[in-house]
Design a protein. Structure first.
Length: 278
C-alpha cells in the first residue's frame, strides 16, 4: 500500500507538471511547484515539525541506532546503483559496508564500517540516469517529499524497489512506521534552519536555490540572483562564480564567497550546514 501510494503521487505530479510554465530556466514548473511547496509547508507546520521536536527528546544512542539502521538499508540502494553505473570501486566499497554492518553491526544498528574508514557513499537511480546521459534536469517537487529535480524524483521509484524493505515487509502499518521514522529523523537534522527560512522574504526561492547550488545543478541566474546583479550592494554575482569554476575545473563547485546581500548570505550558510550533514 505504501509503495502504491508513493508511485501514485509521483505519477500524478509528473502529469500535473505538464501544465506548468515559468520564465525561470532553473524552475520551469514553478507554478506547480509553489502549490506543492505550500501544501508541504502546511503539513510540516501542523504535523511533521511538532512530531520531530518531540522526537528530539529521544536519547541520542537510540536515535543513532535508528539512523544507522536506515543508512544500512540505503546502502543496498547505493549498491544497486553502483552496479548499474559499472562503478567497480564504489561497488566494492558499499558491499564491504553492508557486509560488515549487517553482521558485526547487528543488522546495521552500529556503523562499524564507518569507524573502520568506510563512510557511507550515497548513490541513487537519479545519479544512474545522469550517468546514462540525462545530465540536465529541472527543479521539481512531489507532495510530502523534499526538493529535487524531475530526474531525481522519477528515480525514487526504482530506489524503493532496490530497498530490501520493499521485499521483506508486507505489513502496511510497519511500512508506514519505518518510512515515517526515517522522515522524522531527516527532518530533525534541519530544525536549526527553520529560523533562517522564517526570515527569508521567499522561503520557496531560498530552499530551491539552496538545493540547486548544493547539488551543483544551479547553472542559470535565478530570480534572487537577478535582483543581486541589479543591486549596488552586490560585490559578487553567481554568474561570475559559475564562470570561474567552469574555467578552472569544468564543473560547478560551490564555496562561500563574500557578499553583502543578507538573503544570499543565509543561503551560503545553509549550504555549509547541508555539506556538514551529508
Amino acid at each position: 500500500m505504501a509503495k502504491k501510494l508513493l508511485l501514485s503521487c509521483m505519477a500524478c505530479s509528473i502529469l500535473l507538471s505538464s501544465c506548468a510554465t515559468s520564465a525561470n530556466p532553473n524552475d520551469p514548473y514553478e507554478a506547480y511547484n509553489r502549490q506543492v511547496f505550500k501544501a508541504n509547508m502546511a503539513m510540516d507546520s501542523y504535523v511533521l515539525r511538532p512530531v520531530t521536536v518531540a522526537y528530539t527528546y529521544v536519547p541520542d544512542p537510540i536515535r543513532d541506532a535508528l539512523n544507522n539502521f536506515y543508512t544500512n538499508l540505503r546502502d543496498f540502494v547505493s549498491l544497486a546503483n553502483d552496479i548499474l553505473q559499472l562503478d567497480g570501486i564504489n561497488t566494492m566499497h558499499t558491499f564491504m559496508r553492508i557486509s560488515i554492518n549487517s553482521t558485526f553491526g547487528i543488522l546495521g544498528l552500529i556503523d562499524v564500517a564507518g569507524s573502520m574508514g568506510l563512510p557511507e557513499y550515497k548513490n541513487t537511480f537519479g545519479n544512474t540516469m545522469k550517468t546514462w546521459g540525462w545530465e540536465d534536469s529541472s527543479y521539481f517537487l512531489i507532495p510530502f517529499l523534499g526538493p529535487g529535480t524531475l530526474r531525481d524524483q522519477i528515480g525514487i521509484a526504482p530506489d524503493v524497489f532496490f530497498n530490501p524493505m520493499f521485499w521483506i515487509i508486507k505489513d502496511n502499518y510497519i511500512s508506514f512506521s519505518i518510512f515515517g521514522l526515517d522522515l522524522i529523523e531527516k527532518r530533525a537534522q534541519y530544525l536549526g534552519q527553520d529560523e533562517l527560512l522564517e526570515q527569508s522574504l521567499d522561503p520557496y526561492v531560498t530552499i530551491r536555490d539552496l538545493y540547486l547550488k548544493q547539488k551543483g545543478y544551479y547553472k542559470y541566474p535565478s530570480e534572487s540572483d537577478s535582483e543581486e546583479e541589479s543591486s549596488e550592494d552586490t560585490e559578487f554575482s553567481v554568474d561570475d562564480m559559475i564562470k570561474q569554476e567552469n574555467e578552472s575545473s569544468g564543473t560547478i563547485k560551490l564555496k562561500t564567497v563574500p557578499i553583502k546581500n543578507n538573503a544570499d548570505t543565509q543561503i551560503d550558510q545553509l549550504i555549509d550546514e547541508e555539506n556538514v550533514v551529508d
